[in-house]
Design a protein around this ligand. Structure first.
Ligand code: URA
Length: 314
């Protein structure tokens, strides 16, 4: 990795313009800032892997997107002239709604939901009925993150409304002993916002395509704590290959997945997914332990919650 260390790829890292899709095989159109950031983060991951496997702290990248070069954008001819059907302005992939990431202070949950609604970044858009951005309160104590919508969520556009969702609601409240709910102090979302057909696990390319939406939601919501439900959420958020059985019950620090801008450090607790609980009753005991761990952490971090819980014995 010496060549990388000496390559000048240090932050703030401005990818030289123009870097066209021909420089990055597999990227479509002119290279957007997200694509450049992905490429740079991939190099970081490789660097960390070769350097012993530990993730180094790095400042965020400051990449910019390319304006159309006339060589690869679908709406531009070789000469750079606009082709019939091209939008009048803002015609590049970089500024198309589904790729543009608004500045942090201009972003909102509504914008994220709107962008998700138009999204065609992966194949799941072809089979979805509704997108499922998430729901809950704007400054949550807990952001609960699941895997992806199932049939009921796809039909309604709301997260966790099927059997697993009803169990999740009961877990979060636990007869007042945990005192959490999506209407009072939680926000509930998923790693992918469209239903994987037949409830299969989301594929890595689908997760990579969708995770910028989740990153934007976390950035906007700034939850006190994240509760990651199941393998997909825990592995995606922690960039970790350990299974949920090993990860669960231990608070760790979420410090930003791919695409996340700025420095973010949020305590994150992985636990089993409620669907796993529906299949295996024996997971009830560890999940209850995890919920008690969550309550203890929230009491440490939020005085109002601690005062409420003070009168409710476990
Ligand atoms: N399972 C999930 O992971 N998310 C949902 O929204 C519903 C079921």
């Amino acid at each position: 990795m010496e060549h990388l260390k000496n390559s000048g790829l240090r932050r703030p890292f401005h990818v030289p313009y123009p870097l066209s899709s021909s420089a990055l095989p597999g990227f479509n159109g002119d290279v957007t800032k997200e694509e450049k950031t992905t490429a740079a983060l991939f190099l970081d991951l490789t660097d960390d892997y070769l350097d012993g496997g530990y993730r180094k702290h790095r400042e965020p990248y400051e990449c910019t997107g390319d304006p159309p070069t006339g060589t690869s954008g679908a709406f531009f001819s070789e000469s750079g002239e606009k082709t019939p059907g091209a939008p009048e302005s803002a015609a590049t992939a970089d500024t198309a709604p589904e790729n543009a990431v608004p500045a942090e202070d201009e972003d909102s949950l509504e914008k994220v939901a709107e962008d998700i609604g138009h999204c065609t970044r992966c194949g799941l858009c072809k089979t979805r009925t509704n997108t499922v951005p998430g729901e809950g309160v704007p400054r949550p104590l807990v952001m609960v993150i699941g895997e992806g919508p199932g049939a009921d969520e796809d039909a309604t556009g709301r997260p966790f409304v099927g059997r697993a969702g009803q169990l999740l609601d009961r877990m979060l409240d636990s007869r007042g002993k945990i005192g959490l709910s999506r209407t009072r102090n939680c926000y509930i979302a998923n790693v992918v916002k469209c239903r994987p057909p037949g409830n299969r696990n989301p594929q890595p390319d689908e997760i990579i395509a969708c995770v910028p939406f989740l990153a934007r939601q976390i950035t906007i919501l700034k939850p006190t704590v994240i509760l990651a439900l199941g393998n997909t959420a825990a592995k995606t958020l922690l960039d970790n290959t350990e299974g949920i059985t090993r990860l669960r019950g231990l608070f760790t620090v979420f410090s930003g997945p791919l695409f996340m801008s700025g420095k973010t450090e949020i305590p994150l607790l992985p636990t089993f997914h409620p669907s796993a609980l529906l299949r295996d009753q024996s997971l009830k005991t560890p999940v209850w332990e995890d919920l008690k761990t969550l309550r203890a952490k929230l009491c440490e971090l939020n005085r109002r919650y601690a005062a409420e819980m003070a009168n409710i014995p476990l």
